[in-house]
Design a protein around this ligand. Structure first.
Ligand code: PEP
Length: 254
């Protein structure tokens, strides 16, 4: 029922020309399709147009995503990007609430909620991130913490098509550290997220994709996908090389 998804978060990596090269490599490697996997790449904002142009020219089976958005339509918000601006360069997905944005830039659950509403009002699919710190996990409070994030992040959201809202569970201690959660660790929290989504959205919860993120790579992706509630991955480091990203897409085919 839920189509698997592999989304690449390039973070603050790749200059314009490097981003174009990576997009061309992906387009070439995926020329025969993605075997039913939804593939998204999220380059830095200044690279969106160039990567989008490669995707269009090569008719690559890849969707374009941004890494952040602001909820206002336009105006005096120096440094920010409005949803319409993302649409204008071809972005159809946008990551929100990444732990790096929460940690370094003070993004709150209230911000994440406003961003989700603004994106959905413009037909852009949010990839809404959540996840606990090591301290919270060691205190045994990880499930309750993430459930509270989900409740706050989804407050008042109206979902008509559940395939158009995506959650990424990314335990902070596993991001970019080489330490992955086990598939059981991830399913424990992602199962609780699904249960919370059922309380909030009823049967629509069954159609919402929940991705795992945190040092996911070609060697461990299959183990996560065996779990009933895990629908794919949000990938940082391993999305920066076409070879590893494509290997993950191939391992995700059903
Ligand atoms: C991420 O940034 O969303 C992420 C999961 O990074 P990494 O795969 O490098 O841990």
């Amino acid at each position: 029922m839920r189509k698997r998804m592999i989304a690449g978060n390039w973070k603050m990596n790749k200059t314009y020309s490097e981003a174009v090269v990576l997009a061309e490599e992906l387009a070439c490697a995926l020329a025969d399709g993605t075997k039913g996997v939804d593939v998204v790449v999220c380059p830095p904002a200044v690279d969106l147009k160039g990567v989008g142009a490669v995707i269009d020219q090569k008719a690559a089976p890849v969707a374009l995503g941004a890494q952040n958005v602001y909820w206002e339509e336009s105006g005096a918000y120096t440094g920010e990007t409005a949803p319409d601006m993302l649409t204008a360069v071809g972005a159809t997905y946008c990551i929100i609430g990444h732990s790096e944005r929460r940690g370094y830039f003070g993004e709150t659950d209230e911000d994440v909620n406003r961003k989700a509403k603004a994106l959905m009002a413009h037909g852009i699919v949010p990839i809404s991130c959540c996840g606990e710190s090591l301290e919270t996990r060691e205190a045994g409070e990880h499930v309750a913490f993430v459930v509270n994030q989900i409740k706050a992040d989804t407050e008042g959201l109206e979902i008509t098509d559940p395939s158009k809202y995506v959650i990424a569970y990314e335990p902070i201690w596993a991001i970019g550290t080489g330490k992955t959660a086990t598939a059981d660790d991830a399913q424990e929290v992602i199962g609780a997220i699904r249960e919370t989504l059922r309380e909030v959205f009823g049967e629509k919860a069954e159609g919402i994709r929940i991705l795992y993120g945190g040092s996911a790579n070609p060697g461990n992706i299959a183990g996560f996908l065996e779990k009933q509630d895990i629908d794919g991955a949000l990938v940082g480091g391993a999305s920066l090389k076409a070879e590893s990203f494509v290997a993950m897409i191939e391992s995700s085919a059903e």
